[in-house]
Write a new protein. Sequence first.
Length: 130
Amino acid sequence: MKAHFLSILLLLVCASIVQAAAPAPVPGAHADLARRAEKLIMPKVEFREAKVKEIVTFLNKATKDLDPLKIGVPLELSPAVLEEKNETRITLTLNNVPVIEVIKYVTNLANLKYAIEKDKVLISPVPFPK
């Protein structure tokens, strides 16, 4: 009986140590969206002379399809990007990469920046130096 009790006690102590050592999840939708963008893997991305707007439309649909929860990684172009007459065309091929990496490549190639907000990834212009 004592051995059984000690075994249970030892299990409880070990479980609490392991639980205490595990990193605490970061609360909020912002952290959830960032994690989703890192964990969703795009099997293949291939863009040929694609506009940023077309890529964003594609990624919005593709990430929903990949996400088991069907939430995806919502991307949005800022009004400044939409108003801009930037006709930058992007050619890019990537295999087995997280969505966040696709976003980084696309924004870098188009001279844009991204910010992970509460409920979306906002793509906006990079300010020019003064």
